[in-house]
Write a protein that binds this ligand. Structure first.
Ligand code: HEM
Length: 417
């Protein structure tokens, strides 16, 4: 860490530190800020920010406490991201089970989750492998290209289209809809986003899925997500409630998009940053499953989740009041030095890599975690068969976003075996 930066951080009074500023994620300079909070006050109150007052929870242990105390810390009351949800008159607000509390949450999740159950994933695995292999076989050799666009985005688009049985040629639309869902000014710091245009594009998304839904009515049951939703009594009429329909579909698109995409990009960055780890992988490809968990820890694609306290609660010696906004910084929990040795380093055979909190914890724990891990495992198995190295040859560009740890550009060159 740069000593001058370190000094600056220590000169700022602790109660003025704002870890949510999007530029810290764009510049990848967030580490010392969270390290200071973890050390001095792992439950930290900021009285004033662009998103109003909020608590930051930064230690691994206390994040788990908030995530598992879901009768006190609500996902429904104020949503799951730092900015409060904004209701615009006349506009449909997507409503999905990630922003529901019990018992409604469990009911809807229970209906949707069989789509990503192990038996269903086993059905999808050969197709995902074939589609991943096809991408890798068509990459340019001897040229510099952006790994994010050519591999991370494309593979994720193919996976989502497979999952939804969405028209394959339109798969990039899924990525676009997901991107605009998470890109709101309060998260990115970018005021130039045209919210009316964003809304009309989201309505286009709703329309496309409505059409897809209708095209499957009366068809024999299949393994795709829409068919499974139609064949479950709990969700069979989801299309009649526009808020639930758009919300739950966007949840699945967003949940499966940025997260997997950025884990794919993050893995390449991490292995290039730590060449010894890349060598370990070449020497022993059996490390891939553990490496996948470690990449997800190291990357932490979802930076935070927010809850709202329904009653007063004492957390880590601080008094949280009913109505307070509480932010779990997963990115910080995964760099907690009391749990992970040398936490800022990617260590592909780290014994406790799976102890990460990148998928959350408790009732809302990521529903797609096995799908994400399967996709990353397949991709790395296929990469290792073809390439000695995917070499990063230029500067990595990241997004100003405090919710999704977004990577925009990773210039690479391939070195085949
Ligand atoms: C590396 C990839 C992924 C990461 C890091 C990730 C992370 C997360 C996190 C942090 C949560 C919230 C947990 C909480 O509040 O306790 C979550 C929830 C969720 N994720 Fe993922 N996710 C990933 C991939 C996926 C994929 C591929 C899908 C695809 C279908 C998906 C679908 C969901 C859904 C539906 C929820 C809501 C669960 C609920 O509220 O019960 N995720 N994910």
């Amino acid at each position: 860490m740069n000593a001058a930066v370190d000094q600056d951080i220590n000169a700022i009074p602790i109660d003025k530190i704002d870890v949510s500023r999007p530029e810290r994620f764009e510049n990848d300079t967030w580490q010392p800020w969270f390290a200071r909070l973890r050390k001095e006050t792992p439950v930290h109150y900021l009285a004033d920010s662009v998103n109003g007052p909020f608590w930051s929870v930064t230690s691994h242990k206390l994040i788990k406490e908030v995530d598992t105390t879901n009768t006190v810390f609500s996902s429904e009351k104020g949503g799951i991201a730092l900015p409060d949800p904004i209701a615009i008159e006349g506009q449909i607000q997507g409503r999905s089970f990630i922003t529901m509390d019990e018992p409604e949450h469990a009911r809807v999740r229970g209906a949707v989750s069989p789509t990503v159950a192990p038996t269903n994933l086993a059905e999808l695995e050969p197709l995902i492998r074939e589609r991943a292999a096809d991408i890798l076989d068509n990459l340019p050799i001897g040229e510099t290209f952006n790994w994010v666009q050519e591999v991370s985005v494309e593979l994720t688009a193919r996976m989502l289209a497979t999952l939804f049985d969405f028209p394959y040629e339109d798969r990039r639309k899924l990525i676009h809809w997901s991107d605009i869902t998470t890109a709101v000014p309060e998260v990115t710091g970018d005021d130039s986003i045209d919210m009316d245009e964003r809304y009309s594009e989201l309505m286009e998304c709703a329309g496309a899925f409505y059409q897809l839904w209708m095209s499957k009515v009366g068809q024999p049951p299949a393994f795709d997500l829409i068919s499974m939703l139609q064949n479950n009594p709990e969700t069979a009429k989801m299309n009649e409630d526009p808020e639930l329909f758009l919300g739950n579909l966007l949840l699945l698109i967003v949940g499966g998009n940025d997260t997997t995409r950025n884990s794919i990009s993050g893995g390449v960055i991490g292995l290039n940053k730590y060449p010894d780890e890349y060598q370990k992988l070449r020497d022993n490809p059996d490390l891939i499953p553990n490496m996948v968990a470690e990449i997800v820890r190291w990357q932490t694609p979802v930076i935070h989740m927010r809850r709202t306290a329904l009653e007063d609660y004492e957390l880590g010696g601080q008094r949280i009041k009913a109505g307070d906004k509480v932010v779990m910084w997963y990115l910080s929990g995964n760099r907690d030095e009391t749990v992970f040795e040398d936490p800022d380093r990617l260590i592909i055979d780290r014994p406790n890599a799976r102890a990460h909190v990148a998928f959350g914890f408790g009732v809302h724990r990521c529903m797609g975690n096995r799908l994400a891990e399967m996709q990353l495992r397949i991709l790395w198995e296929e990469i290792m068969q073809r390439f000695h190295m995917v070499e990063v040859v230029g500067d990595v560009e990241r997004l100003p976003n405090n919710f999704i740890r977004g990577i925009k550009d990773v210039p690479v060159r391939l070195h085949p075996h």
